[in-house]
Structure formats: structure tokens, C-alpha cells
Design a protein around this ligand. Structure first.
Ligand code: SF4
Length: 343
């Protein structure tokens, strides 16, 4: 079991619900744009969001941003401990910084003390693409794990234990191996993800494999899907991964749909897409099937609460395997939604 770490109003680790994270891709100095994006992320189900703080103006903006959201905000800092201090003063709920990159050890000590007094945790984020030269020759997974533990030791030396760790690479297999290794060597909560995963479809697949494999192993206390796309999609993707591995807590509607074939009588893709959008607005546990034909549809969707099976001109709406309505094909969507609402 990992340690618990509090990030604002969210606790991760120690068996707590797995928190979904994302990161804004607006300029942090664009307060209005960033606040707007944070609101969209939160509405999509994001628990914790990160903003880059590359300079002092961004730290100033962060103070305004933090006041405009109820989500805990993580400040992403590279190297400069003074920016980390400024971000802490601005109200950041966590600082992402690698202590080994801060430089002079007295600066690490200063920052550790400063954050400890304010109960602000640090995430150590090791990235396989920017490892120190001294790890050359080591397999990537071992190198990432070693590097993370070295950063940890630096903080522990200053009696700082409020730590979250990530060891990400764009290489899925090494990412998974590194987290597995790390989970055996320490009990700090792990922020899991595959970094620089790529554009939407590619990033989705890499993240689902990497994060999914780790979650199946019981590894991971908070997740971030990295996509070269709208960060809101990262949140949806993270939630889908959690659902797929049975780690999503709370009620949700699940839509299953058949792959379509020569027997297909209705626009399965169009209907399933619309029902999926509708399902996202529901907060009840219901499994909905959209099946292309009556021949196999009802039988194949056993285990669903409700569904449609397509016919030539008319289709059937079924509930727990029994037909409850027959509708014209252009009325499927409306009737299905009505029946779902009745459940
Ligand atoms: S449910 Fe019917 S239409 Fe869909 S894949 Fe199966 S046989 Fe084909």
C-alpha cells in the first residue's frame, strides 16, 4: 500500500480513489484562457490540473488562476527553486520539480523546508528522454527508477516525505517496467502515464496499454493521459481507461456496440456515437447496447440493461433481453433515450 499524500482537497495513495489529472496547454499568463480551460477540464471529470510556470509572470498569473477554480493546481517548475517558492505563495497545491536539478543543495533544503511548512507536496517527475548522463549504459527502466530514487533521497535528506513520483517515457514497455520496479522499491504514491504519447489515436493506444497494464497490477494512484490534443480528451481517455480496468469509482453509463457486418440494418455508428454522448451526461450505472441486427443483436448483448437491435424498417428496444418496444428506425434515438431515462 502506498502512502497517502494530500494535494489540496484531493488525497491520493493508500487505496484512495485514483485521481485523474491533466495539464493546461494555454499560456499560464493568459489567466482568462487558462481559467476557461480549467473549467472545461473540471466539467469533464478532472481532479487535479497542472500549469507550467516557466517564469515569474506565470507565477503571478497562477495566484489569480488558483483563486478562480476549486481544483487543486500543480505548478510545473524546471530548475528554479525561487519560482517554486513563488508558486507555493500563489497557492499551488503541489509542485512538480526534480530536486536533483535545482543545483546547490542548500536551495533544495530551503525549498523542502518552505513546502513542508505549508503542507505542499512535491512530485518528482523523471522523464526517460532527459536522464542525466551518469545513467548511460543502464537499461532505461532501471535508469529512470534509479534517477527517481536519487531525487527522493535528496528530499528525504531534508526530512521531506510528502512525495509523489512519476517515471515516464514515450516507450510503453520501459515505462511499465520502470513503474513496476519503482513500486517494489518505495511506497510513495505513483503518478502514472506514458509521456509524449503522440497525437490522439496513437497516444490513446500507448496510454491505454501503459496505464492499463500498471493499473491491472494494482500500480498507480493518479493518472495522466498525455495527448497532443485538447486536454479535455485526456480526461475522457483517463476515465475510460479506469472504467476498462474496473478502477473507476462511481456510477457511469457504459455503451457497447457491435462492429457491424453484412447483417447490419441501422446506422450503428451514428446511433452509438449519439448515445455515448448522452451516456456521459448520466450519473447512473446502466449498460446500453446498440446492435445492428435482431438476428444476433439481442443474444450478443446479454448482460446489458437496455438496448436496440436493428431491423430493416423497424427496430426493437429491449430491456434485460426482453423486447419492450418496436419503433421506426428514425425513432430509435429518441425512444432509446426515453427508455434509459425510465431506468
Ligand atoms: S449484431 Fe448483427 S449486425 Fe452487429 S455484428 Fe453482430 S451479426 Fe452483425
Amino acid at each position: 500500500m502506498t502512502k497517502k499524500v494530500r494535494i489540496g482537497n484531493i488525497v491520493i495513495g493508500g487505496g484512495e480513489r485514483i485521481a485523474v489529472q491533466s495539464m493546461t496547454n494555454t499560456k499560464t499568463t493568459d489567466v482568462e484562457g487558462t481559467v476557461k480551460q480549467l473549467a472545461a477540464l473540471q466539467a469533464a471529470g478532472c481532479d487535479i490540473a497542472r500549469c507550467s510556470v516557466p517564469d515569474s509572470a506565470s507565477a503571478d498569473a497562477l495566484a489569480k488562476i488558483v483563486k478562480s477554480t476549486t481544483m487543486p493546481i500543480v505548478a510545473d517548475i524546471h530548475f528554479d527553486y525561487r519560482l517554486a517558492v513563488k508558486a507555493a505563495d500563489a497557492g499551488a497545491a503541489k509542485i512538480r520539480i526534480n530536486p536533483g536539478n535545482i543545483g546547490d543543495e542548500s536551495k533544495v533544503g530551503y525549498l523542502a523546508k518552505y513546502l513542508k511548512e505549508r503542507n505542499i507536496p512535491i512530485r518528482i517527475g523523471v522523464n526517460g528522454g532527459s536522464l542525466d548522463k551518469k545513467y548511460e549504459g543502464l537499461p532505461l527502466d532501471e535508469a529512470m527508477c534509479e534517477s527517481a530514487l536519487e531525487h527522493v533521497a535528496l528530499l528525504e535528506k531534508h526530512s521531506f516525505y510528502d512525495i509523489v513520483i512519476s517515471v515516464k517515457s514515450s516507450d510503453v514497455v520501459n515505462t511499465v517496467k520502470a513503474y513496476r520496479l519503482l513500486s517494489q522499491k518505495c511506497d510513495y504514491p505513483l503518478h502514472v502515464g506514458v509521456t509524449e504519447a503522440g497525437i490522439y489515436e496513437k497516444g490513446l493506444i500507448k496510454s491505454a496499454i501503459g496505464i492499463g497494464a500498471l493499473l491491472c497490477d494494482g500500480i498507480g494512484d493518479t493518472v495522466r493521459v498525455s495527448l497532443t490534443d485538447d486536454p479535455v480528451k485526456e480526461v475522457y481517455a483517463a476515465k475510460e481507461i479506469l472504467k476498462a480496468v474496473g478502477r473507476y469509482e462511481g456510477a457511469y453509463a457504459e455503451v457497447v456496440s457491435c462492429p457491424t457486418c453484412a447483417r447490419t440494418c441501422i446506422d450503428v455508428q451514428g446511433i452509438a456515437t449519439k448515445i455515448e454522448e448522452y451516456a456521459r451526461t448520466l450519473d447512473k450505472s446502466v449498460k446500453i447496447a446498440v446492435m445492428g441486427c435482431v438476428v444476433n443483436g439481442i443474444g450478443e448483448s446479454k448482460g446489458c440493461d437496455i438496448g436496440v437491435a436493428g431491423g430493416k424498417d423497424k427496430s426493437v428496444i429491449f430491456r434485460e433481453g426482453k423486447i419492450i418496444a418496436t419503433v421506426n428506425n428514425d425513432e430509435i434515438l429518441g425512444e432509446l433515450k426515453r427508455q434509459i431515462d425510465k431506468l
